[in-house]
Design a protein around this ligand. Structure first.
Ligand SMILES: Nc1ncnc2c1ncn2[C@@H]1O[C@H](COP(=O)(O)OP(=O)(O)OP(=O)(O)O)[C@@H](O)[C@H]1O
Ligand SMILES: [Mg+2]
Length: 157
């Protein structure tokens, strides 16, 4: 587990981009935290960290449920908040994306046990003030420990 205080949005951006640097195809990143905690903001910065040009808008997949990008790897960004059941989840095709080597960012993935089981690393955001957030990075599976170790090394250099 890695716990940090992010004093402002720039700190969130730095962490997200550092995480992006150590991600590999097939990694699922689960983003948790209440409304406005910063899940989409964190994902946007990670998407840019994966090499997507910053002229590309990265917005909440609230209605489309899934947005896709091409960086150094294919990228998916899903928001499962409005998803009703496992059948709809299946139809989104996230499994295929991951299987084909995409990095997947999932907001509200804890709602679905199947999705949660695939999640390598959890990014849990908590609001401390208007600008500050607490973040906990937790491994969901063995790959998550490797991600967090590599990230910690990256942050300390
Ligand atoms: N340190 C910070 N890190 C991330 N976002 C911050 C920070 N400080 C302020 N913010 C602001 O908080 C808001 C976070 O919104 P965002 O859409 O990323 O949240 P979310 O967790 O995805 O919410 P939702 O559950 O609605 O999808 C943005 O307006 C962002 O500018
Ligand atoms: Mg969001």
């Amino acid at each position: 587990m890695l716990e940090l205080e992010l004093e402002d949005e720039a700190a969130t951006a730095t962490l997200a981009r550092s995480l992006a640097a150590v991600l590999e195809g097939g990694d699922v990143v689960g983003l948790e935290g209440g409304l406005g905690a910063g899940k989409t903001t964190f994902t946007r910065e990670a998407v840019y960290g994966l090499g997507v040009g910053e002229e590309t808008p990265v917005t909440s997949p609230t209605f489309a449920l899934l947005h896709q990008y091409e960086g150094r790897l294919p990228i998916g960004h899903a928001d499962l908040y409005r998803l009703a059941d496992e059948i709809e989840l299946e139809e989104l095709g996230l499994d295929e994306l991951v299987h084909d080597g995409a990095v997947l960012f999932v907001e509200w993935g804890l709602k679905f046990p199947g999705m949660a089981a695939r999640t390598a690393v959890w990014v849990e955001l908590e609001i401390l003030s208007d600008d500050a957030r607490r973040v906990r990075l937790r491994a969901g599976r063995a790959r998550g420990d490797a991600i967090i170790s590599a990230l910690s090394r990256g942050l300390s250099t």
